[in-house]
Design a protein around this ligand. Sequence first.
Ligand code: SF4
Length: 328
Amino acid sequence: MIEALTDWFLREGRALPFRAGHSADGDRPYYVLVSETMAQQTRMEALVPYYGRFIARFPDIRTLADAGEAEVLALWAGLGYYSRARNLHKAARAVCERHGGAVPDSLEALRALPGVGAYTAGAVASIAFGLPCPAVDGNVRRVYARLFMSDGGDVSAWARGLMDQAPPRLVTESLMELGALICTPSPPKCGRCPVSEHCRAFSEDRVADFPARRPKPPKREENRTVCIVRDGEDRVLLRRRTERLLHNMWEFPVEEQLLADGFAVRRDPAPLGTASHVFTHIIWRMTAYGARVTTDKQPENYLWAKGLRGLALPSAMRAWARLLFAGE
Ligand code: SF4
């Protein structure tokens, strides 16, 4: 099976900029660390332009370590799951402090870096260093569940066994690619699958039964009254978030928060518009109003901004950014 899988990958795998043969010469372990961190919760195609901009600005791990968090977040803006960016930044600093600026080549040292879990450590260890360390994500679990008609089983041990038969880098990338392109959640493209003759679910016509679906918990909905506050100098009021969600990112403030921070708020009666943003566990239902504010002293974490360029503004704010600064 492994030969059919890796042959297929070498023939049909996507020419992604961080893959061997497609990335510039340089710090390959760093490229893998960045791309695999970005790839968590994000489709490969979606992350490619972000990756390009990120590597252009931070071509090596030391440059990333030396940068300020605000700039790292600004380059991540739009990718979501910003704790990944914060952790990647901390990991870069830890690599410089503990390992002299070289991404470590052991699973244990990789796992000890901030934000680096079993999956990312396995991906860097196998892809960048050729170590027999599996990287098991949802894609690989799905492939395994269908191949063996099993929702249990030791997926890591199976992937490690494949690494006895082919280079670890090829095994990791081939499995990820199969899950991303062919053995997709639904419907999988079994007619084009290089390993269909080894697949139990396919041979028994039970592909739809694996992996078993677990009901997702409902998302909590939050209604937010967004205030678009401008002053006489054509500046707009932004707030730097202190909450865990979107921590340190800039937002157009909500009325409730403005009041809590000591502003008096007068908002227009008619809304400017509505928008929703879906996070993993929460949905923001936002209604925006033009507003004016007064305050005795400007509280911390607020900024009167002329424009939004260079500021870490999350995707959730895009609708209002477009409304205000079309073309920026
Ligand atoms: Fe997945 Fe279908 Fe291939 Fe089986 S045959 S591994 S279900 S794509």
